[in-house]
Design a protein around this ligand. Structure first.
Ligand code: WTA
Length: 658
């Protein structure tokens, strides 16, 4: 990683004194004081914060149980409920009539719901789920568009102690089925269809396809939110309309008091090997971190209007839509549509209309909106009144300094700090990020770890690397919102995140470097076979497995190459069972294979480029040399040693693009 990236324009952007004065964590001294408190006595630190930030039906007597690493337990004998913390507790604090959610549909229509009304809806739906036989410990898959109903579904599960597993609405029937089977779901909540960019897209039909694939016999109940009124198949006895399930149910529902360690949710994410893994999160530790990071990183105050543009199908939508904002009593915008419909000014127009103060989005969205507003000047943020904004955030992938500067100048008017938040599905919430009223900003750097997070950069044996030298990102001590296990596979959990050679440190899977002087962290990208395309995580092996499942394909190798717009792009090298195709035939088969991957996994996994070869570059022992494939995917010359390569001639063939 070049130092040029670390010191773009050689500038530090220090927070405005008026921002610092008002901030929840005000100034670097306050940040350092919290870090010192955490380091001196971690149990006292986390114990204090857990008591101050959450309601406990029965207080915990022990903060951290480290007796069986890496299976750490936090606040285990404490009883709480995530939905109670997000709803009743807000009403008790005087937020009953405050708007909880401002929902904007794809077509621009707006529905708002107060904390009181949201509480009533969640209770009615929770009672309805109970009447259908769903209860504590059951797993419920949620496959639903962005909607108030999506949040209601998640909150209702939390309320009755059912563990939800949300599957992003862009995943295919096969991906959905695999998750239903792996998590052992007995109920599923979906919608008839979803609306995106002016179009209706199927959901319930895909659910039926998934169930028809078999293995889902444990699933007895499907609840359908009627979003579009489109024509859908309806299986009597199994399928129920959401409104019918809620109808006639009481507007109160005693929460199921669960141990802080009770699994609030399982969320599937890609790893470097095998099938996606079900990341299991807790209730108490998870919710504590979601609330704390809302307060510290998003600096949330009572008058804020918060907007996180993520989908509830990803972890960002869990922590910063379904739970975090409600746990701190904030008003938030929830958006159904896409940033480019009806035009690329949609985000800026919505910020202006809803008076958004804190805005959180992904670098890939920023980059595509930069491009779109070059093409369509009317979509440029300068045309909109963005004066309510006071804080901006970024998540999901490294933000390149150019996109950072554009965001800072054109959206934040050089007035709003940008919090570049580094974290992962496994971490539950932010890990390394600026605090907006404290940390001087450097474009492209996620700066410093949050208090209590002992992030470090080490070599392959777990020894600290000096600043200025890149290495492996680890977290040395457990933290409350950390992944508890991989659902049903504790061994894989241990192997993936706590490999023996790393001395008991959590392995993030990213490379990073710290600046020599400031100690600021910059993430240099994944060190495993995980790709990040438009902020979506994908395993190369998953895509390879999908490709070789096609009857035409003999062998496939997938790599990432840098892409200006999507961060990384998927390049697939394919060997067919038939002779290597050329010309139009090659193009036709490539299209067929891209669509195939779309069907197997989902459109987000479609390779951007497919190249055909008679073979793949392999060592004499038959191992595919991926590093060479990465080099030629970029269009670079191979300068590495290829003496171990069995078939060097294959490289020139694989350089050819269609
Ligand atoms: C990447 C999303 C650089 C990283 C919350 C990580 C980032 C993976 C950043 C997790 C950031 C996320 N800067 N890289 N601010 N945020 N990443 O699980 O590679 O979908 O390991 O969680 O995204 O992706 P996930």
């Amino acid at each position: 990683m070049s130092t040029e990236v670390l010191h773009h324009e050689n500038r530090l952007f220090s927070p405005d004194p008026s921002f610092v004065a008002q901030a929840n964590v005000s100034g670097m001294e306050a940040y350092h004081a919290l870090c010192a408190e955490a380091r001196q006595d971690p149990d006292a630190f986390w114990g204090r914060l857990a008591k101050e930030n959450l309601y406990w039906q029965r207080p915990f007597t022990k903060v951290l149980d480290e007796s069986n690493p890496p299976f750490f337990k936090w606040f285990e004998d404490g009883l709480t409920n995530a939905s109670y913390n997000c709803l009743e507790r807000q009403i008790q604090k005087g937020n009953a009539q405050k708007t909880a959610i401002l929902f904007e549909a794809d077509d621009g229509s707006v529905t708002s719901i107060t904390y009181q009304a949201l509480y009533a809806r969640v209770c009615r739906f929770a009672n309805g789920l109970k009447a259908l036989g769903v209860g504590k410990g059951d797993r419920v898959v949620i496959y639903i568009p962005m909607s108030i109903e999506g949040v209601v579904a998640m909150q209702a599960c939390a309320r009755i102690g059912a563990t939800h597993s949300v599957v992003f609405g862009g995943f295919s029937a096969k991906s959905l089925q695999e998750r239903i089977v792996d998590v052992g779901a007995t109920a599923l909540i979906t919608a008839d269809e979803q609306r995106r960019g002016g179009k209706s897209l199927p959901l319930k039909t895909i659910v039926d396809e998934a169930l028809a694939l078999g293995g889902c016999e444990a699933l007895k109940t499907v609840v359908i939110y009627q979003r579009t009124g489109g024509n859908i198949p309806f299986v009597a006895g199994r399928d129920h309309w959401m409104h019918a399930v809620e109808e006639g149910q009481p507007e109160t529902c005693e929460p199921e008091w669960v141990s802080a360690e009770h699994p609030l949710f399982v969320l599937y994410t890609s790893g470097s090997t095998g099938k996606p893994k079900g990341v299991q999160h807790s209730t108490g530790g998870y919710l504590l971190w979601a609330s704390l990071t809302m307060t510290w990183v998003f600096d949330i105050k009572p008058a804020d209007v918060f907007w996180c543009t993520a989908d509830i199908g990803w972890v960002t939508g869990h922590s910063y839509i379904a739970y975090g904002p409600l746990a701190v009593g904030a008003t938030q915008v929830v958006f159904e549509g896409v940033p480019t419909y009806p035009n690329a000014g949609r985000f800026w127009d919505m910020i202006a209309r809803h008076g958004v103060t804190v805005f959180y989005t992904a670098p890939t969205a920023i980059r595509s909106l930069i491009k779109a507003s070059d093409a369509d000047p009317a979509a440029h943020p300068r045309n909109f009144n963005l004066s309510t904004l006071r804080l901006l955030g970024s998540v999901g992938e490294p933000i390149n300094p150019e996109a950072w500067m554009w965001y800072y100048k054109n959206v934040g008017h050089e007035r709003c700090p940008i919090v570049d938040t580094f974290w992962q599905t496994e971490t539950g919430g932010h890990m390394i990020t600026p605090l907006p009223g404290a940390t001087p900003l450097v474009p492209g750097s996620c700066t410093l770890p949050l208090p209590g997070i002992e992030a470090a950069i080490v070599d392959e044996t777990g020894h600290d690397m000096p600043n200025g030298q890149g290495g492996i990102l680890v977290v040395k001590r457990p933290w409350p919102a950390m992944i508890r296990t991989i659902w049903g596979d504790p061994e894989r959990f241990q192997k993936s995140y706590y490999p023996a050679e790393l001395q008991g440190y959590y392995l993030a899977g990213d490379g990073a470097i710290r600046d020599e002087k400031s100690g600021y962290f910059t993430i240099t990208g994944r060190i495993d076979d995980v790709l990040n395309v438009s902020g979506h995580r994908m395993g190369t092996m998953e895509i390879e497995s999908a490709l070789v499942a096609n009857p035409l394909v003999a062998e496939a190798a997938v790599v990432g190459r840098p892409d200006d717009m999507t961060g990384e792009a998927i390049v697939a090298y394919v060997v067919l069972k038939q002779a290597r195709p050329e010309g139009d035939e090659a193009k036709k088969i490539a299209t067929e294979l891209r669509n195939w991957v779309g069907k197997e996994i989902g459109p987000i996994a479609k390779p951007k480029e497919i190249r055909f070869g008679d073979n793949l570059p392999k060592t004499r022992s038959g191992k595919i040399m991926r590093r060479l494939l990465r080099v030629i995917a970029k269009g670079d010359e191979v300068t590495q040693d290829i003496s171990t390569l069995e078939n060097p001639a294959i490289l020139s063939q694989l350089k050819e693009t269609l």
